[in-house]
Design a binder for this molecule. Structure first.
Ligand SMILES: [Zn+2]
Ligand SMILES: [Zn+2]
Length: 103
């Protein structure tokens, strides 16, 4: 998916640092990816997703939209019904089923 990133291999120990064993092929014990994400945000971005986005050049304007950038990079898709919703392909499928079922 993303280019220029190293290939990471799950080690069997939770990557949040709690020391728990993980299932084969998993980086994290269940839910601990969120723990690690929250700790990272607290350290680097004052626990604020808005700060994180701003630090990477994203913002509320359309030309700085992080979701639009994801679509432009071909990682995410836009709702085929044109409602403006953006998401990963599975999210789009769920969204269409839930919100555009009768149309
Ligand atoms: Zn953990
Ligand atoms: Zn839609």
């Amino acid at each position: 998916m993303s280019k220029n990133l190293p290939r990471l291999i799950p080690t069997g120990t939770c990557w949040c640092g709690c020391g728990a064993e993980t299932a084969i092929g998993s980086f994290f014990a269940r839910g601990h990816d969120k723990t690690a994400e929250a700790a990272f945000l607290a350290i680097h971005h004052d626990a604020s997703v808005a700060q994180m986005l701003h630090a990477h050049g994203y913002g509320p304007d359309d030309d700085k939209s992080v979701t639009k950038a994801a679509v432009d990079k071909g990682l995410w898709q836009e709702c085929p019904r044109g409602c403006g919703y953006r998401g990963a392909r599975e999210s789009i499928n769920n969204h269409v089923n839930r919100h555009h079922r009768d149309k």
